[in-house]
Design a protein around this ligand. Structure first.
Ligand code: SAM
Ligand code: DTB
Ligand code: SF4
Length: 328
């Protein structure tokens, strides 16, 4: 359990380091805690798509934005299990099921429990992201065998209401607390490139690192601008398709402040290209979403990732069940 409280200032100072110094520090921490050439693979599936009551400014699935996305009701168990089997066969070790809900209704949860049981029986780690939980729901998921719950803080607390107005940062923290108390591992990260400044990026990393314990998995997403969402309409200079090197710095800051967490290079890999991704791995990313689709947007093809791993000498690996690996 981490006991050190990170200040936003200290993390901002990491961002300000010369890039080579930052990368060296991140690599040193990474190598002390993980096999530096092993990358864990998670595959995503959208089990309920679109029509969400929340107004998250980046999201294709919000009913508040006209993104032209086709809504889909909760998937059948059979479809979920065949996708999970395909992910397993392709080398994924974790299967993450995402639903566009403010939070699950108790009746929905029964169906998700069956999915969790079925996916776990295939030999995969299970993860779901269902929005905010009500008391008792995390325990039900735990009993069904859920390993991870994804619930992102997304940005710094002071910027959150510029991005979302239908729920609060404190609601997100409350769900994370329930997940932790139920004994489920936490997957929690955020998005960069939403018009926030560097101090806010440092503030997000501070929030994550200080959750105490830090999340076992930390997905770092670059905004995928989606036509029809408020954030896709940011002024060009703010959006600026955030400099890929800022993604590298954010990953390095996550690695240094959360030394034993899996840091996932998440949305935005298509726009980073091979060189950008290589730098992210160098900065300490040791997990990716694997499969040609994220939830509603594209992701590199399996074959493209296999080719990249071969070029970089990376090995797909189950990085221990706890998400941790001993130093060697
Ligand atoms: N409804 C649930 C929730 O909000 O927690 C689960 C699904 S939500 C789509 C999961 C996460 O995906 C968000 O918290 C956000 O970090 C990420 N995400 C969604 N749209 C994105 C986009 N356009 N670009 C980058 N990340 C995005
Ligand atoms: C996370 O942090 N990123 C994933 C997962 N958790 C659920 C989702 C990325 C979504 C990107 C936009 C889309 O495909 O809709
Ligand atoms: Fe709904 Fe989640 Fe999208 Fe927000 S991020 S609109 S809660 S699906």
């Amino acid at each position: 359990m981490s006991t050190q409280a990170w200040t936003t200032e200290a993390i901002e100072a990491l961002f300000e380091l010369p890039l080579m110094d930052l990368l060296f520090q991140a690599q040193t921490v990474h190598r002390a805690n993980f096999d530096p050439n092993a990358v864990q693979l998670s595959t995503l599936m959208s089990i309920k798509t679109g029509g969400c009551s929340e107004d998250c400014g980046y999201c294709s699935q919000s009913a508040h934005h006209d993104t032209g996305l086709e809504r889909q009701k909760l998937a059948d168990l059979g479809e979920v299990l065949s996708n999970a089997q395909a992910a397993f066969d392709a080398g994924a070790t974790r299967f993450c099921m995402g639903a566009a809900w403010r939070g699950p209704k108790d009746t929905d949860l029964s169906q998700v429990e069956a999915m969790v049981r079925g996916v776990k029986a295939l030999g995969l780690e299970t993860c779901v992201t269902l929005g905010m939980l009500k008391p008792g729901q995390a325990e039900r998921l735990k009993d069904a065998g859920l390993d991870y719950y994804n619930h992102n803080l997304d940005t710094a607390p002071e910027y959150y209401e510029q991005v979302v107005t239908t729920h609060r940062y404190s609601d997100r923290l409350d769900t994370l607390k329930q997940v932790r108390e139920a004994g489920i591992s936490v997957c929690c990260g955020g998005i960069i490139g939403m018009g926030e400044d560097r101090r806010m990026r440092a503030g997000l990393i501070a929030e994550l690192a200080n959750l105490n314990p830090a999340p076992e998995s930390v997905p770092v997403n670059m905004l995928v601008p989606i036509a029809g969402t408020p954030l896709a309409g940011l002024p060009v200079q703010a959006q600026a398709r955030i400099d890929p090197l800022e993604m590298v710095r954010t990953i390095a800051a996550a690695r240094i402040t959360m030394p034993t967490s899996l840091v996932r290079l998440s949305a935005g890999r298509q726009s980073l290209g091979e060189m950008g991704q290589a730098l992210c791995f160098m900065a300490g990313a040791n997990s990716i979403f694997y499969g040609d689709k994220l939830l509603t947007t594209g992701n590199p093809e399996w074959t493209a990732d296999q080719a990249l791993f071969a070029k970089l000498g990376l090995t797909p690996a189950a990085v221990a069940e706890s998400g941790r690996r001993c130093a060697h």
